[in-house]
Design a protein around this ligand. Structure first.
Ligand SMILES: [Zn+2]
Length: 395
């Protein structure tokens, strides 16, 4: 084939490849076997009679469409590049003969289709040695079978043939061949192509790719010079929360407050701090702390603590001495000119907590008149009342 025709085929293949959405890079091949054996008879680059190899030499024969490598019997034959097994043929005698049509003349062979549309043939292999099956995905370097001389062949060798657009093409480039080498590394004339597999490109160097991450974030990766993606960057702007999520947390002494996650993945404003039972005292909880309510119970109202035990007599007018006020002192209401007054309001306890309550203040109008149970009760009451006042005084 002339260089011009090859370019034409090359262009057609490139267009087909682009239309199919596959990578547009041309597939290149490794040497399809391991030993360092150079070309025996190559592709005939001269139309008409006679032959010319890619370097204008005579390593070819008239009309030859492949590259013959003189592999010893039973040498492992390997895939030149990743691809899909399209055809296999086995069962031909390992020793063929000139004019044999077994396997269409290829004897025992494998045909592989590659990503860019090229096909490769590995022909004249050993009977029973084919290791792959039609439809199988294979990687560059995978074993396909072993060499022999099956089919239309008169000596042990591997016939490696590349077809572009269904037509045989010379994988070597040179002054009498085409402009493209289909080898990863062609090597010198009389040398041999390398066994390096082509580098599979994941992406085009410099390309960027972004994807969502976290709740509202984005991360990015870049295609490196080696055609592989870098790792993803950290997630930027991922947000504090997922939209519509809710969160409830403790607040104050025994209250709760909540907030919802907004569409920008940030928490909205916190609600007011509410106690478990803002309207009643039944669900009050223990303080467990020193101070005014240390031995009592508190409840939360609007995030503030209300001291329950401190206030027993909210009206401060219980009489009869049997009533128990804070500290458990008896109130001999009205007796002996004593009066009680009520001090509503709030003040801070020793832990700087805001305390709401009512304190009963004793106003003694006469001192005790003499020893006796009544006087003892008076003294107890005065002591207790003094404690209550002290609390008030510290606010
Ligand atoms: Zn051949």
């Amino acid at each position: 084939m002339t260089a011009r025709a090859r370019c034409l085929f090359g262009a057609v293949v490139a267009v087909c490849v682009l239309l199919a959405g596959m990578r547009a890079d041309a597939t290149t091949f490794r040497r399809p076997f391991d030993p360092d054996i150079s070309l025996g008879y190559g592709f005939d680059n001269q139309p008409g009679g006679g032959c010319q190899d890619y370097d204008c030499g005579g390593k070819c024969y008239d009309g030859h469409k492949g590259s013959d490598f003189p592999l010893p019997f039973s040498t492992t034959v390997r895939a030149g590049a990743n691809g899909t097994v399209e055809v296999t043929n086995d069962g031909c005698a390992s020793e063929g003969f000139l004019g044999s049509v077994c396997g269409g003349g290829y004897g025992n062979y494998v045909r592989v289709g590659h990503a860019d549309g090229k096909q490769t043939y590995y022909a004249h292999m050993k009977n029973g040695s084919i290791k792959v099956a039609q439809g199988q995905q294979i990687n560059c370097g995978d074993m396909l079978g072993e060499s022999a001389s099956s089919g239309n062949s008169t000596g042990y060798h591997l016939h490696f043939e590349v077809r572009v657009g269904g037509i045989g093409d010379d994988p070597f480039t040179g002054k009498c061949g085409g402009p493209l080498s289909y080898w990863v590394v062609q090597g010198a004339y009389n040398g041999s192509p390398s066994t390096d597999c082509e580098q599979m490109c994941e992406c085009k160097p410099g390309d960027k790719q972004t994807e969502g991450c976290g709740n509202c974030g984005q991360r990015e990766r870049t295609c490196q010079g080696d055609c592989k993606w870098s790792g993803f960057s950290g997630c930027g702007g991922e947000g504090e929360c997922a939209p519509n999520d809710g969160q409830t947390m403790k607040c104050g002494e025994c209250g709760e407050q909540s907030h919802s996650c907004l569409n920008d993945c940030k928490w909205g404003e916190l609600s007011a701090c509410e106690g478990p039972d803002p309207n009643g005292g039944n669900d009050a909880c223990d303080t467990g702390r020193a101070g005014i309510c240390a031995d009592g119970r508190v409840r939360c109202v609007g995030g503030d603590i209300q001291c329950l035990a401190l206030v027993v007599d909210e009206t401060c007018n219980e009489g009869g001495g049997g009533s128990t006020a804070s500290g458990g002192f008896p109130i001999p209401g009205g007796e002996g000119g004593a009066t009680l007054s009520r001090s509503p309001g709030s003040y801070e306890d020793r832990d700087n907590r805001r305390v709401y309550g009512v304190v009963c203040n004793l106003h003694a109008q006469r001192p005790p008149t003499g020893p006796g149970p009544e006087t003892a009760a008076w003294i107890a009451m005065l002591l207790a009342a003094a404690l209550v006042r002290r609390v008030v005084a510290e606010r």
